[in-house]
Write a protein that binds this ligand. Structure first.
Ligand SMILES: *Cc1c(COP(=O)(O)O)cnc(C)c1O
Length: 372
C-alpha cells in the first residue's frame, strides 16, 4: 500500500540542505544574531518579491497581524472598541490579532465557493462602527481584492490582508501583500514559504506606518534605549531570516508544482459526494497552500482514506466563535454557513514534494471511496 503523508516537512527542507547550511554558517560566523544584515536583506528581498515598497520582519504571523492593527491605533487611525470586519471561517489567529488590540471582531459569513470574504458579504455587514477590514486569502486563494478595496475606499475603511496562506497569489499582476493598506505574512514551517521555526513579515506602502511597526516590534524603540510607545518584542531573528533568504528563490517553482497538482486533482477527482474547490479569478490567483474539499460525514471519509494510506487534515474543525476562548464575546453568534463549512472541510495532501505516483494514488483512492 502506498503511503501519502499530509505534509512531509523534513523532505521539504532536505531539498535545500546545502543552501540552509550555508545560510546558518553565515549567521554563526557573523557574531550578530538579532536585527542585523540578514533581516535587513530579507526585508528588501521579500518586499521586492511581493511588489510592495516595504517589508518588516516579525517573530511570526500573529505578531505581524497584531502589529498592523496596533500601529494604526498608535497613529490615531483606529481606537479601542472600533469594529474590524473579518471572515468568520478564518484561522483563530486572525481574530486574536483583533481582540489583542481591544478592537471588536465583526464576523462575516464567507462566500461559499471561494471560502473568502466577498464584497457583497462585507457590504451587508458594514455599519458606521466598522473602521477596518481583514481580508484573509484562505487556503491560498486571493480574496476579491479589487471589489473589497473599492468598498473600503468608499467607506474609509483600513484594509489589512492576512496573506499567511497566500504567498505569491496574484491577480492582474498584483500579488497578495500589495493590495491592502498593509498585509501580514506567516513563515510558520508548514506555510508555502516556511522558516525552520517561527517567523513572519508585514508589508505596506505608507512609510509612517512602516516606521511605527519597526519600532513597535522592538519594544516601541525608534532608537536604541529611546521608547516612543510601549511595544512588545516581536522581532524576526537573523537565523530565520537567513533561512528564508535561502528558500525564497525556490518559491516560484514550488508554487507552480502546487498549481500543477491542484489542477490534476480538480480534473481527475470524481466522486458524487466530493465538492471540489474552485478558482474564481484565473489560475495564478490560487497558490494552493491547502487543497480543501467538502464532504458529508467527514470523519468516515477521513478514516477511510487513512486506512488506505492517505493522510488528510481539517482546516479547521472548530470555528473561532465556537472556541471556548471566545465563549463570552462571540459564543452567542449563529453563523450557519461557517458552522457547516467547519463540519465538511477536508484537506488533501498537496505539497511540492509529492510525487506524480502519490498524486495519482490520492486521486484513485478518492474516486474509489465507497458512498457513505
Ligand atoms: C498561520 C496563520 C496565521 C498565524 O501565523 P503564525 O506564524 O502561526 O503566527 C494567521 N492567519 C492565517 C490565515 C494563518 O494561516
Amino acid at each position: 500500500m502506498m503511503k501519502v503523508p499530509f505534509l512531509d516537512l523534513g523532505a521539504m527542507n532536505r531539498r535545500h540542505r546545502q543552501e540552509l547550511q550555508t545560510a546558518a554558517e553565515r549567521v554563526i560566523n557573523s557574531g550578530w544574531y538579532i536585527l542585523g544584515e540578514e533581516v535587513k536583506a530579507f526585508e528588501a528581498e521579500f518586499a521586492h518579491w511581493v511588489g510592495s515598497p516595504y517589508a518588516v520582519g516579525t517573530s511570526d504571523g500573529l505578531s505581524a497581524l497584531t502589529l498592523a492593527l496596533r500601529a494604526w491605533k498608535e497613529l490615531g487611525l483606529l481606537k479601542e472598541g472600533d469594529e474590524v470586519g473579518v471572515p468568520a471561517n478564518t484561522f483563530f489567529a486572525t481574530i486574536l490579532a483583533i481582540t489583542e488590540n481591544r478592537l471588536k471582531p465583526r464576523l462575516i459569513e464567507p462566500d461559499e465557493v471561494s471560502f473568502n470574504l466577498s464584497a457583497a458579504g462585507l457590504k451587508s455587514a458594514w455599519s458606521p462602527a466598522m473602521k477596518a477590514v481583514i481580508a484573509v486569502h484562505l487556503y491560498g486563494q486571493l480574496a476579491e481584492m479589487a471589489a473589497l478595496k473599492k468598498f473600503c475606499q468608499q467607506k474609509g475603511l483600513l484594509l489589512l490582508e492576512d496573506a499567511a496562506q497566500a504567498h505569491g497569489a496574484q491577480l492582474q499582476g498584483v500579488k497578495s501583500g500589495a493590495w491592502g493598506d498593509a498585509a501580514a505574512f506567516s513563515f510558520y514551517p508548514g506555510k508555502n514559504l516556511g522558516a525552520l521555526g517561527d517567523a513572519g513579515a508585514l508589508t505596506g506602502h505608507d512609510l509612517r506606518f512602516i516606521e511605527m511597526v519597526r519600532s513597535l516590534r522592538n519594544y516601541g524603540s525608534h532608537e536604541k534605549y529611546h521608547h516612543r510607545v510601549q511595544g512588545p518584542n516581536d522581532r524576526l531573528d537573523e537565523m530565520q531570516a537567513a533561512f528564508l533568504r535561502a528558500k525564497l528563490p525556490f518559491l516560484e517553482a514550488d508554487t507552480q508544482r502546487r498549481q500543477e497538482i491542484a489542477q490534476r486533482y480538480r480534473r481527475e477527482i470524481r466522486h458524487p459526494q466530493v465538492r471540489l474547490p474552485q478558482v474564481l479569478a484565473g489560475e495564478a490567483s490560487h497558490v494552493w497552500h491547502l487543497f480543501v474539499v467538502r464532504v458529508p460525514r467527514r470523519e468516515i471519509w477521513q478514516q477511510g482514506l487513512q486506512a488506505l494510506g492517505v493522510q488528510t487534515a481539517v482546516h479547521y474543525p472548530i470555528a473561532p466563535h465556537q472556541q471556548q476562548a471566545y465563549r463570552h464575546e462571540l459564543g452567542g453568534l449563529a453563523l450557519p454557513l461557517t458552522e457547516q463549512l467547519h463540519r465538511e472541510v477536508l484537506s488533501l495532501p498537496l505539497s511540492p514534494v509529492l510525487t506524480d505516483e502519490q498524486v495519482a494514488y490520492v486521486i484513485k483512492t478518492m474516486n474509489e471511496h465507497p458512498l457513505v
